[in-house]
Ligand binder design. Structure first.
Ligand code: NDP
Length: 447
């Protein structure tokens, strides 16, 4: 079978078995297109149908999450956990709480997680979960009651050696705390069942910063390969959550200037450089909106609508909000404005058309499953510290994170070179992650 026929055959099955899950189809297509060449050259992968098995989650759980709001009214949400692959370690991947969550979003994220986790060089499988619950505008007590109800079902499916969830959109330290508390009560154990925990109760230093810092370490390598560095670079970062905040902080430390950040309502442009402390206060402490930034900084300007951020001229773009936030038109605008590098902080923030535009215009493109792997890699370091019941200092975890991001980059380059796709980090990330998981699957037989 030709590579093209193989891709279409796998996709036909994926679409028929997972109807209406557009984001999942998109994520599968990208990986299958990259690895078709590997299958063509490896009979054991083809014979044991590793790709066809990989796109089918090992287990999917969907459950009811009833809870009571502050006015005494009963609310019902839907919870998900998709345990995609345990070939190289316990299922690992975050929980997303956002009204847009449905099975297709969780499956796209869980599928991507398999390859990302393999790239980290740590022994973790792939999974993802979440709910269509929206923490925005809810009181702390409402969030607590929701998290307790959510964990009252999830606890029977997870465990420190089985499945270890973490945060994602809408799930930060507060939510992890409430879920950890409920897990501990239900199981009467104090274990590393969740990552992103508070520092006083099993968390790891650097985990909060890890995805943003790791993203910048990865893009540092992209810039090096272009013969340059962060000094004097204008940078646009979308989002203003966990990933965006710490990416901005690290860019500033390395001599670049982040001139724009956003939330789902609009974006801020501050030519004097975004003040990270203000963004932290608004988004992490006050849980407010990014437009409040201009109250503290008259140098900043607020624009309604999140899409416009990609028209802000920049050398480097770090999309760090959500999936499919850069379409073909936005990508072309970035290219026309002289953008030389893109690093994906969010998961799948660029549409396939946008990726094609970046790559055909020689924009260095760092795909999510490699560029944002620092978060889950540091979660794996949190798991290691929990198992040993010790806590490493900040510098040690940060140095391990840097080493891992360099290893992720090197693997992408080596795999893309080996298969004749030089400079294609998308193919490199997919192939390198895939090889590790596929080899484990062949070794472990039909399970
Ligand atoms: P947060 O919830 O901390 O922040 C999300 C940010 O993105 C907020 O500013 C939010 O704005 C904005 N946003 C969310 N949805 C939309 C939307 N539909 N349109 C426009 N803006 C939106 O999440 P994280 O920073 O943790 O996650 C951001 C991305 O990074 C996600 O794709 C996530 O999967 C990915 N990621 C996160 C990791 C982590 O360790 N946290 C690890 C690897 C990847 P608003 O406040 O208005 O909702």
């Amino acid at each position: 079978m030709s590579s093209k026929a193989f891709v279409e055959d796998v996709m036909a099955t994926a679409i028929a078995r997972n109807p209406g899950e557009a984001e999942f189809h998109q994520a599968v297509r990208e990986v299958v297109e990259s690895v078709a060449v590997v299958i063509g050259k490896n009979k054991s992968f083809a014979d044991s149908r590793v790709v066809e098995r990989m796109i089918e989650p090992e287990r999917q759980v969907i459950f009811r999450v009833p809870w009571m709001d502050d006015s005494g009214k009963v609310q019902i949400n839907r919870g998900f956990r998709v345990e995609f692959s345990s070939a190289i370690g316990p299922y690992k991947g975050g929980l997303r709480f956002h009204p847009s969550v449905y099975l297709g979003i969780i499956k796209f994220l869980g599928f991507e997680q398999i390859f990302k986790n393999a790239l980290t060089t740590t022994p973790i499988g792939g999974g993802k979960g979440g709910s269509d619950f929206d923490p925005k505008g809810k009181s702390d007590m409402e969030v607590m009651r929701f998290c307790q109800s959510f964990m009252s079902e999830l606890f029977r499916h997870i465990g420190p050696d089985t499945d270890v969830p973490a945060g994602d959109i809408g799930v930060g330290g507060r939510e992890i705390g409430y879920m950890f508390g409920q897990y501990k009560k239900l199981t009467n154990t104090f274990t590393g069942v969740l990552t992103g925990k508070g520092l006083e109760w099993g968390g790891s230093l650097v985990r909060t910063e890890a995805t943003g810092y790791g993203l910048v370490y990865f893009v540092t390598r992209q810039l090096q390969d272009l013969g340059t560095d962060w000094k004097g670079k204008r940078v646009v970062v979308s989002g203003s959550g966990n990933v965006a905040i710490y990416a901005t902080q690290k860019v500033h430390e390395l001599g670049g200037t982040v001139v724009a950040v956003s939330d789902s309502g609009g974006y801020i442009v501050d030519e004097s450089g975004i003040n990270v402390d203000t963004v932290k206060r608004i988004k992490e402490i006050e849980r407010g909106r990014i437009k409040e930034y201009v109250d503290a900084h008259p140098s900043g300007q607020y624009f309604e609508g999140w899409e416009g951020i990609w028209s802000v001229k920049c050398d480097v773009a770090l999309p760090s909000a959500t999936q499919n936030e850069i379409d073909g038109k936005a990508a072309q605008t970035l290219v026309n404005n002289g953008c030389i590098a893109v690093g994906e902080g969010a998961n799948m923030p660029s549409t396939p058309e946008a990726v094609e535009i970046f790559q055909s215009n020689n924009v260095s493109f760092g795909p999510a499953k490699a560029a944002n792997a620092g978060g889950v890699a540091t979660s794996a370091l949190e798991m290691a510290q929990n198992s040993m019941r010790i806590a490493w200092p900040f510098e040690e975890v940060d140095s391990r994170l840097k080493t891992i991001m360099n290893a992720v980059y090197d693997q992408c380059v080596a795999a893309s070179d080996a298969y004749g796709m030089k400079n294609d980090l998308v193919a490199g990330a997919n192939i390198a992650g895939f090889m590790k998981v596929a080899n484990a699957m062949v070794a472990q037989g039909l399970v």
